[in-house]
Design a protein around this ligand. Structure first.
Ligand code: SAM
Length: 285
């Protein structure tokens, strides 16, 4: 792209409290030729409140590819464009990846205007190790897919972070207890920066039980943070997998899993999913 190309600014907006809208974010949004927003009806009141009158164009998961091409043309014409999402940082469980990629590919300058994101906000208050973490976004809606994913995370030693829909919280916590064990320390950060902000902390067992009792716990927006597996769980997982590989060559799947669980102490769900994976990798065995 010619030197005179415009800049794509990827701008974070508040996740609740509007005072978290940074001065730089407001300045950039007021100055660009147009702002790509997930939902114009959602973002218009926020932008109006701060006197930002730049043109809005909608960019969501269903029109992103086509819209990205139009926005690249604006950049090529030397004008600046901004991208925001409904709340927080674009691209974090939100659309924008295709646009950012297309802008990079077209040689445009892409600048971050960082700010709030629920993942970092939750980690910053959970009181669970943050030196290494993995962000899993939303778990699948379908029960089988959700359990399969959780089983695959059973021996993960890094802190786990999930976004969760309120109506699925109790069900997901129950699945997390089965897959990861109820003793793990966890935190549920609800409605951060808003009037009903609440942080619930405790073992996964205790939080799963509380979610069934306390309807408030699953109201509003929610992030779940869970401590990673400890070294014992990690070793049990490794030992269980090694045993499975030997046993599966000789025994039916269920029997191999039963024995590997008994001998290693690894979680059943995790070894069962692992066994399915091993079988799928070696069909006919
Ligand atoms: N891009 C956003 C970000 O940077 O955090 C996330 C968008 S994602 C579609 C929305 C999810 O983020 C919600 O379902 C919830 O899990 C989490 N979330 C957003 N705002 C939150 C808040 N104020 N408190 C707790 N969780 C929040």
């Amino acid at each position: 792209m010619a030197k005179a190309s415009g800049t794509l600014y990827v701008v974070a907006t508040p996740i609740g409290n509007r005072k978290d809208f940074s001065a730089r974010a407001r300045e950039v949004l007021a100055a660009v030729a147009c702002i790509a927003v997930e939902d114009t009806r959602h973002s218009a009141p926020l932008l109006r409140e701060f006197g930002i009158a730049s043109r809005l164009v909608s960019l969501h998961e269903h029109n992103e590819a086509a819209r990205a091409a139009e926005l690249i043309d604006i950049l090529k014409a030397g004008r600046d464009v901004a991208l925001i999402s409904d709340a927080g940082t674009p691209l974090i469980s939100d659309p924008g990846f295709r646009l950012v990629n297309a802008a990079q590919e077209a040689g445009a300058r892409v600048c971050a205007v960082p700010g709030p994101s629920a993942v970092t906000a939750a980690l910053s208050i959970a009181g669970i190790a943050t030196d290494r973490f993995i962000f899993e976004g939303f778990l699948a809606e379908k029960t089988a897919a959700r359990r399969e994913r959780l089983a695959a995370l059973a021996t993960e030693t890094r802190t786990l972070v999930f976004y969760e829909a309120p109506h699925r919280l109790a069900e997901s916590l129950a699945d997390m207890v089965s897959a990861l064990g109820g003793a793990r320390q966890a935190a549920i950060a609800r409605e951060m920066t808003k009037m009903h902000e609440t942080l619930y902390r405790g073992s996964l067992d205790a939080l799963a039980a509380a979610a069934l009792r306390d309807a408030d716990m699953s109201r509003g927006e929610i992030v779940v943070v869970i401590a990673g597996a400890d070294a014992t769980q990690e070793r049990a997982g490794e030992a269980g997998e090694a045993l499975l590989r030997v046993l599966l060559a000789e025994l039916p799947l269920k029997q191999a899993v039963d024995l590997a669980v008994r001998a290693s102490g690894a979680p059943r769900n995790a070894l069962y999913q692992k066994a399915l994976g091993i079988k799928a990798d070696k069909p006919g065995e």
